[in-house]
Design a protein around this ligand. Structure first.
Ligand SMILES: [Zn+2]
Length: 279
C-alpha cells in the first residue's frame, strides 16, 4: 500500500470513527423543574432553564450550575438555543433570560409571544439588538403546528393547552417544542411544557405526531398518573423513551417509595442527572 492510500485509509477510518462517536453523544441533562439540556456532539439546546418560583414544591437550578450557564462554562459552553414553554414563574424569568442573552451572544431564543412581550417590557433601549436573536411564536389553540430552522436544528412548535383546560389557565400560551438536532445523526426530542393530558389536543394533529419519531419525550409527570396521559404518550407521541419532568419534591427519587402509578415511570428528580438519548 502506497503512502497516499494508507493516509486515505487512515483518514476514512478516523472519519467513520468520529461520526460513530458523535452518534453516541446524545444526552439529556436535568437542570430543575422542567429545565433541561439536550446535547449532541457540540450542539446543545436548553428548555425552561431560568426561573425563580418554586411555589413551595419545585426545585431551582443549583447556584453553581446557574453561574456556569451565565459564564458559558462547562457543560454550557456550546448552547445554541433556548426554548421557553410558557410564561409562568416556575418556567421562565424574563430578567434572567434577557441577561443570559446579553452574556452569551450566540444563543438564540424561541419563546411564546407572551414571554417575549414580558422581556421587551423590562429591556433597556440598548438591549434592542438582543431581540435579533429572539423568535416569538404566536399560536392559538387548535392552530396548525409551525416549523422553523436554524443551523443544526429543525424546530417545530404546537400549542397544547396548559393543564387545567378547559376551565383554568386557557389564556396561557403553552408551547410543546419538538426539536431535531442534526450533528452527525438526527436526535429528536419533545419538551411538552405544562401540557394538559387530554387526548383531544393530540388527536387533532395526528399527521404531525406521526411524521417524526421522537427519541426522547419530556412530559410533565402528570402524564404518567392521569387517565389519558399514558395512552397519549404511547399511541399519539410514541417516543422511544419518556422521562418525566416538573416533579414536586415530595415525589421520591426511589421508585419503590412512590405511589404505584409512578413506580414504573422514569422521572428526573435530581439536578445534574443524565440520560443517554441515542442507543
Ligand atoms: Zn405553568
Amino acid at each position: 500500500m502506497g503512502g497516499k492510500s494508507l493516509l486515505t485509509a487512515m483518514l476514512c477510518f478516523s472519519c467513520s470513527l468520529s461520526s460513530w462517536s458523535l452518534a453516541q453523544e446524545s444526552t439529556a441533562q436535568y437542570l430543575a423543574n422542567e429545565g433541561l439540556m439536550v446535547t449532541q456532539g457540540e450542539a446543545s439546546i436548553l428548555f425552561d432553564p431560568l426561573f425563580r418560583e418554586t411555589y413551595g414544591q419545585y426545585l431551582l437550578m443549583p447556584d453553581a450550575m446557574q453561574a456556569a450557564l451565565f459564564a458559558g462554562d462547562p457543560p454550557f459552553e456550546d448552547v445554541d438555543a433556548v426554548f421557553i414553554s410558557h410564561h409562568h414563574g416556575d418556567h421562565f424569568s424574563p430578567e434572567d433570560i434577557l441577561n443570559l442573552l446579553k452574556a452569551q451572544t450566540s444563543i438564540h431564543l424561541y419563546a411564546p409571544t407572551q414571554a417575549v412581550v414580558a422581556m421587551r417590557a423590562i429591556a433597556a433601549a440598548d438591549d434592542s439588538t438582543v431581540f435579533d436573536r429572539v423568535s416569538a411564536v404566536s399560536l392559538e389553540y387548535m392552530d396548525t403546528p409551525i416549523s422553523m430552522e436554524m443551523e443544526g436544528l429543525f424546530i417545530e412548535a404546537v400549542r397544547i393547552p396548559h393543564s387545567g383546560w378547559p376551565t383554568g389557565r386557557t389564556d396561557i400560551e403553552n408551547i410543546s417544542w419538538r426539536v431535531t438536532l442534526s450533528e452527525g445523526s438526527d436526535t429528536t426530542v419533545l419538551h411538552m411544557g405544562d401540557a394538559d393530558p387530554n387526548d383531544v389536543h393530540f388527536a387533532r394533529d395526528e399527521e404531525f405526531w406521526n411524521r417524526t419519531q421522537v427519541d426522547m419525550a419530556f412530559p410533565p409527570y402528570w402524564f404518567f398518573d392521569s387517565r389519558s396521559g399514558p395512552q397519549i404518550l404511547t399511541e399519539r407521541i410514541g417516543a422511544s423513551r419518556n422521562v418525566g419532568i416538573h416533579v414536586p419534591v415530595n415525589i421520591p427519587s426511589d421508585p419503590v417509595r412512590r405511589t404505584p402509578s409512578l413506580r414504573s415511570a422514569d422521572l428526573f428528580t435530581q439536578p445534574g442527572e443524565m440520560r443517554t438519548i441515542s442507543p
